[in-house]
Write a protein that binds this ligand. Structure first.
Ligand code: HEM
Length: 399
């Protein structure tokens, strides 16, 4: 793959997300500044695999600033209420229990059915003809699949897919007042859409409250609102008594899917356009997860001191965690800059690690593989050298 020279001043680790090729820059950080304070950013930067692992495993480092659990601009709104209940955005004993519930539900998602839905929606979108509608394929199709798995019918699924695009506007630190307002309207709509299927999943008797095999498509946990049914089942199994956070985290299934899966589809298409040889689309997608991570970084906020490699992060300081740099650390992945579908036992940080590790990786991979496979079957090809969306952590090409 081609390299873009990095200027002598160099990008910041946040600007790197949207460079055509940020990897020479990341490699330099891994080799020369694996864990260091970045004055320009005003934050610590963890770049190599050891630092990323240590930071993501540290109890003193939290997913939100302790003094601002919910961004001030959405506090007291529907978006703020949802945000404040997401396992992604909370720490502590209750969050850990709820994480078990959320992860338990996603572990039993019917991946075959999810892939089949993604393939069908992709074929339908392509059948409309004209230019390939990348936005719809990258963002719309995965969100509609997760909405369908959550019990929404096609019209409501499209509405939820559009609304989640508005909700995620409140997540970046750079969100404006308009973003906050749009997110709050969207959160209220998403509660209206997902509330009834969650309530009906709660009302239905349990088929089998004990942990068992993935549901068959015909079982009560299988098709109609399978994901929410699994959420309720996992909550009952884990003795989780509060329905409110279940609804917020059902919305979270959509918001966590949205940008990240779009990036995975887009980055896989870019790899193909650059000549990747990969008869097995699934193997290609899994290697793109490592090689060109759709989520390049995440953040932590120190609630107490954290020491690593002779440095100490003080309470109140931030850490930027460069997942995409650690994926290419030669100490954990041999020949890390080569895209190698089928790579054996890669160390992959794209889905995080530790208490907040992503429970949706398999679902995301199944969705992305299905969309890309349909495009390949349809004879898709492009020579695009893309620009990237101006985002601070998701790497999403503009195709
Ligand atoms: C390519 C697609 C995806 C990527 C790259 C990705 C990446 C991540 C990362 C890095 C985290 C941890 C963030 C942190 O520790 O700061 C995370 C958390 C999470 N992801 Fe994903 N994700 C993807 C798709 C999905 C999907 C499809 C779902 C579910 C439908 C999902 C559900 C979640 C949830 C619930 C969390 C919060 C876990 C926690 O905080 O304990 N993700 N994801």
């Amino acid at each position: 793959m081609s390299s873009t020279p990095v200027s002598t001043v160099g990008p910041t680790p946040v600007e790197a997300v949207r460079l055509a090729d940020p990897y020479p820059y990341y490699a330099r950080l891994v080799a020369e500044r694996p864990f260091a304070f970045d004055e320009a950013l005003g934050a610590w930067v963890a770049a190599d695999a050891a630092a990323v692992r240590a930071v993501l495993g540290a109890g003193a480092l939290r997913v939100r600033p302790p003094a601002e659990p919910v961004p001030a601009g959405i506090a007291g709104t529907a978006a703020g209420e949802v945000f404040g209940e997401l396992v992604r955005m909370t720490d502590g004993a209750a969050a850990l229990r709820l994480k078990g519930v959320v992860a338990g539900a996603l572990a039993r998602a019917d991946l075959g059915h999810a892939g089949a839905l993604a393939a069908r929606f992709t074929r339908e979108v392509l059948a409309e003809g004209g230019e390939v509608p990348y936005e719809e394929l990258m963002f719309g199709v995965p969100a509609r699949v997760v909405a369908t798995l959550s019990g929404l019918t096609d019209g409501a699924g499209r509405e939820a897919a559009a609304a989640i695009g508005e909700f995620v506007r409140c997540i970046p630190a750079s969100a404006t007042r308009d973003d906050h307002r749009a997110a709050s309207r969207a959160a209220a709509l998403l509660r209206e859409l997902l509330g009834p299927p969650l309530a009906s999943a709660s009302a239905a008797p349990l088929a089998n409250p004990a942990a068992g095999p993935r549901p068959s498509p015909a079982s009560p946990g299988g098709r109609a609102n399978g994901l929410l049914r699994e959420l309720v089942t996992a909550a009952e199994r884990g003795g989780w008594p509060h329905p409110g956070p279940l609804l917020s985290n059902a919305i979270g299934f959509l918001s966590q899917t949205y940008d990240a899966t779009a990036g995975l589809i887009g980055n896989t298409l870019v790899a193909l356009a650059r000549g990747a040889y990969a008869p097995d689309t699934g193997a290609l997608v899994r290697e793109v997860v490592r090689h060109d991570a759709p989520v390049q970084n995440t953040r932590r906020f120190a609630a107490g001191p954290f020491a690593h490699a002779g440095s100490t992060v003080e309470p109140g300081q931030q850490v930027l965690v460069l997942l995409a740099a650690a994926n290419r650390d030669p100490s954990v992945n041999p020949d890390p800059h080569t895209l190698s579908p089928g790579r054996v036992n890669p160390a992959v940080f794209t889905f995080g690690a530790g208490a907040h590790r992503c429970p949706g990786g398999e679902l995301a991979t199944a969705l992305a593989a299905a969309v890309v496979d349909e495009l390949r079957t349809a004879g898709w090809s492009t020579t695009a050298t893309p620009a990237y969306r101006p985002l601070a952590n998701a790497r999403i090409p503009l195709l």
